[in-house]
Design a protein around this ligand. Structure first.
Ligand code: SAM
Ligand code: SF4
Length: 326
């Protein structure tokens, strides 16, 4: 699947719930999400039908996200069904890690191939401040359990000035002795739930400058079969890699290779823009693969060349990140 700018669309982010067991201040309101009626969220059968069409159209990686994907009942069977699609897409997950330790064996057996764990601090009291919940030890246990199970782990950290940016070195150093990719993601200041003002974003070049203080950063060529927007580096002798994702500042959109599906059945061509395509008419009252295909191709065609968050007349999407899937 190609878009108008000749980018190959081969990565699908599938949000399976907008609910979560944390309340990160840059993502989710304190009161959580409004209870929705059962039919608002797509069923696993519907999500699988969308994934199956996407895989036929050339999607090679399907990332299950949320809200928190491990809070939705039945997620293990769903992962198994995704992994068994005829095209055998790579199935990955982004999780806050709270329930990872208890689920990791079943996830591996079901066919999960990689996991990204979001973690913004290594300090218990700060974890509570950022996520409004307790749980750092559980997340760390989840990361360790995934590593023991042989699941490749990336840790995603969002540095925010005067909140946790003094931990950039501590996070980076995790890659010295552990085989983890540590990725620093620029804070994306949009969405109705924002608790940190936009000026607290730590730009990618500042993050990279901090990483250089640790030693000679070697830029790595994009060595993954599925390239994406992260810039990767290694420090000599370190086991894991460092990554920086300049989501807001620059060099991001040219490598965009993805579509997003929200839990309530909308295709989002661009994370930063409000435009959405409604899948439900292609799924209800019965699943229509041809109609799904048309919508996916239409959404791929509608991908903008680049986001406009840095422009004066920018209009942010009305959904928060928990409703999009990151
Ligand atoms: N609950 C899961 C988790 O936290 O990994 C999956 C969903 S979460 C919305 C996906 C990713 O979006 C997380 O890595 C989170 O840190 C990131 N995220 C959420 N809000 C963000 C924001 N305003 N700016 C940058 N990243 C954000
Ligand atoms: Fe939940 Fe993930 Fe959002 Fe935090 S970032 S509130 S863990 S969905």
């Amino acid at each position: 699947m190609k878009d108008q700018f000749n980018r190959t669309i081969e990565y699908l982010r599938l949000s399976i719930t907008d609910r979560c067991n944390l309340r990160c201040r840059y993502c989710m309101p304190e009161e959580g999400v409004v209870e929705v009626t059962h039919g608002t969220i797509l069923s696993y059968e519907e999500l699988l039908a969308v994934a199956a069409v996407a895989a036929r159209l050339g999607v090679r990686q399907i990332r299950v996200t949320g809200g928190e994907p491990l809070v939705r009942r039945g997620v293990i069977d769903f992962i198994r069904q995704l992994a068994q699609l005829p095209e055998r897409p790579e199935v990955t997950m982004t999780t806050n890690g709270l329930r990872l330790a208890e689920e990791v064996e079943a996830l591996c057996a079901a066919g999960l191939q990689r996991v990204n764990v979001s973690l913004d601090t290594l300090r218990p009291e700060r974890f509570m401040q950022i996520t409004r919940r307790d749980g750092l030890e559980q997340v760390l246990a989840g990361i360790r359990a995934a590593t023991v199970a042989g699941l490749p782990v990336k840790i995603n950290m969002v540095p925010i000035a005067s909140v946790n940016d003094d931990e950039i070195h501590d996070f980076a150093r995790l890659a010295e002795h552990h085989p983890w990719d540590i990725r620093f993601i620029e804070y994306m200041p949009f969405g109705p739930e924002l608790d940190f003002p936009p000026e607290l974003r730590v730009p990618a070049d500042v993050i990279i400058a901090r990483l250089r203080e640790l030693g000679p950063l070697e830029p790595l060529h994009k060595d993954s079969a599925i390239v994406g927007p992260a810039h990767h580096y290694r420090l000599p002798g370190w086991r894991g890699r460092l990554g920086v994702i300049p989501a807001v500042s620059n060099h991001f959109c040219a490598a965009c290779n993805r579509l997003r599906i929200t839990a309530d059945g909308r295709i989002k061509p661009c994370l930063f823009e409000g435009g959405e395509y409604t899948l439900k008419p292609a799924l209800r009252p019965q699943i229509d693969p041809l109609a799904i295909e048309k919508l996916l191709l239409g959404a791929a065609c509608a991908k903008p060349e680049r986001h406009r968050i840095n422009e004066d007349d920018y209009l942010p999407p009305t959904r928060g990140m928990h409703g999009i899937g990151g």
